[in-house]
Design a protein around this ligand. Structure first.
Ligand code: FMN
Length: 210
């Protein structure tokens, strides 16, 4: 049976980039081949492959960072926490053509492990990337990049080496608004995992009275 359209509950809108929430990240670039270190805020970022580990960012050709990334072939995706929300917004409002954003936003550059551009120290996670290919899509250029290394704030790693991402206070973005991530609703695969049975009381001592 074909389901009836629920016209009373839905409005049909023209195409829009409404995929949400997405991360809003600080992408650092430059620091090599004569380019000063720079930071651009990017919301159009996504994981695209597990092996090799790859991600993509989409950048408008008119951005200063576009020329930097196209020429150097390197960038770092720095995941901000809510503490960096103002810097995230600000780095998306001014251009590295005229401003040293690291200094002005009081963000600390540090050497990456595998690429020449700096990481942003204040961001709890830093993903070092090398561009594999790029594609002009229209308004934006898609840069497809391989992840070469990841830096993780040691405060996010527990005694067993597990990454406790819930401690990072990561920032989310959707439809022009910044959001703090909420509480955890379960771990990957929880819906199919068998519940552990309650451990039985040891059979010792006097039997309990009924
Ligand atoms: C939350 C947010 C998300 C943004 N996402 C993108 C994006 O995905 N792609 C893009 O080209 N510009 C994006 N921008 C705009 C650039 O960050 C902005 O134009 C920036 O000033 C460019 O810096 P640059 O000239 O130093 O490269 C975003 C801005 C904000 C505030």
């Amino acid at each position: 049976m074909t389901p009836k359209p629920s016209l009373d509950r839905k409005q049909s809108w023209k195409p829009a980039n409404l995929l949400a929430p997405v991360p809003a990240v600080l992408v650092s670039c430059g620091g090599t081949r004569g380019w000063a270190p720079n930071i651009i805020t990017i919301a159009w970022v996504g994981s695209v492959c597990s092996d090799p580990v790859m991600l993509s960012i989409s950048v408008r050709p008119e951005r200063h960072s576009h020329a930097v990334i196209a020429e150097t072939g390197e960038f770092v995706v720095n995941l901000p926490s809510v503490a960096q929300t103002r810097a995230v917004d600000w780095c998306g409002m001014v251009s590295g053509r005229t401003t040293d954003k690291f200094t002005a936003a009081k963000l600390t550059p540090a050497a990456a492990r595998t690429v020449s551009c700096p990481i942003v120290v204040e961001c709890p996670l830093n993903i070092e990337c090398r561009v594999r290919t790029h594609m002009a899509l229209g308004s934006h250029t898609l840069f497809l990049a391989e992840v070469l290394a990841v830096q993780v704030d040691a405060a996010l790693v527990d005694a067993r080496g597990r990454l406790c991402l819930e401690r990072a206070g990561l920032l989310a973005f959707g439809h022009g608004e910044y959001f703090a991530l909420g509480r955890s609703l379960g771990r990957f695969g929880f819906s199919v995992r068998r519940r552990r049975r309650k451990p039985q009381a040891p059979l010792q001592g006097r039997p309990s009275r009924r």
